[in-house]
Design a protein around this ligand. Structure first.
Ligand SMILES: [Zn+2]
Length: 339
């Protein structure tokens, strides 16, 4: 059975986006109470008392949630001696129903934040993306998107960057939700990047292996997986940074060449508006919501202070820019270095 059948649908049917979780691919009515993100089965939204606030009205009619196909896109820039390419995989739509984003808030409160940013109040649109780093010796993909079975365009985006799947030497995974690992395996059930070593934290690999919904994916990738401990320089110039909370072994990656640095945040953040303006709000995609919020604020503070370039795969494509401090929280400015 191709990966994108029952297991995926059930994962995606999850809480809307356990994947980014990720949500339903069909008009998803009023989202059911979120179920646990598959890879982080412990402290989940379902166990959070604020996950089902009694005042939450139904999702606005007409807002479909779930992955939506997007055109392939690749945006390349230099980082020291490295070439970095932001890649587009898909779009993900979530209704503003406080089931996942802004859990415990009201729809109006979340809507007001969206409106302030000039966005529609009834939905939250997320990018699904990945990052390519060409170091000269290694061709490294950071996360693998949804994959070609569902709605992902990542391999097509890679082609735009002049890279074939067989060129990829390493795939570094931030965490094991489907929109980050789904693309490791093709719709036909084989390795998408046949020559690549697949790297993720030991803790996250343990969580992924325990995820029955992704058993087929696990079976295919197991011979290629090499775990490590956070803090490791996984590939020369790319260091894994512990950002636990979203999932048990969630990581960020710092890419460094010469004086230039870029930090891939993985799913520390999801909405470029809500995750930055209200970092403490409970994020239903986080397995450990309290830890997720704490780690989110601490890392955002550091990135704003250091004025470090950031890649956030769920922020609007190309998902590259800077975090700044604003009104006791943070704001996003998309910017490609040198442009
Ligand atoms: Zn995600």
């Amino acid at each position: 059975m191709p990966v994108w059948t029952k297991p995926v649908l059930s994962l995606i049917g999850i809480s809307t986006l356990a994947v980014l979780g990720c949500g339903e691919s069909t008009p998803a009515p009023v989202a059911p109470a979120p179920e646990p993100p598959a890879a982080s089965a412990t402290a989940t939204v379902a166990s959070q008392p604020e996950a089902t606030p009694p005042v939450t009205p139904p999702a606005p009619p007409g807002v479909k949630t779930g992955p939506v196909p997007a055109s392939p896109q690749a945006k390349s820039f230099k980082l020291g001696a490295f070439t970095v390419v932001a890649l587009r995989d898909a779009t993900f739509l979530a209704a503003n129903d406080t089931k996942v984003i802004g859990v415990g808030q009201t729809v109006d409160t979340v809507g007001a934040e969206l409106k302030k940013a000039g966005l529609p109040e009834d939905r939250i649109e997320l990018n699904v993306g990945a990052l390519l780093v060409k170091t000269g010796k290694h061709t490294v993909l950071l996360d693998s998107g949804l994959g070609d079975g569902p709605k992902g365009a990542l391999v097509e985006s890679l082609k735009l960057a002049g890279v074939a799947p067989g060129d990829v030497t390493d795939v570094l995974i931030t965490h094991s939700h489907f929109d980050h690992v789904g693309g490791l395996v093709t719709g036909a059930g084989s390795l998408t990047y046949p020559k690549a070593t697949i790297r993720l934290s030991n803790k996250e690999w343990t969580a992924l292996q325990a995820n029955a919904d992704l058993a087929k994916l696990v079976a295919v990738i197991t011979p290629k997986v090499k775990g490590f401990e956070p803090g490791a320089e996984v590939v020369p110039g790319i260091t894994a940074v512990e950002l636990y909370g979203h999932t048990p072994g969630h990581l960020g990656y710092e890419v460094k060449s010469g004086k230039d640095r870029l930090f891939d945040l993985g799913d520390l953040v999801h909405s470029s508006v809500i995750s930055l303006a209200k970092p403490e709000w409970t994020m239903g995609f986080d397995g450990d919501t309290a830890l997720g919020a704490k780690v989110r604020r601490a890392r955002l503070e550091k990135l704003a202070k250091d004025k470090e370039l950031v890649f956030a795969p769920h922020f609007p494509f190309p998902s590259v820019g800077y975090v700044s401090a604003q009104d006791g929280a943070f704001a996003w400015k998309g910017q490609i270095p040198g442009e």
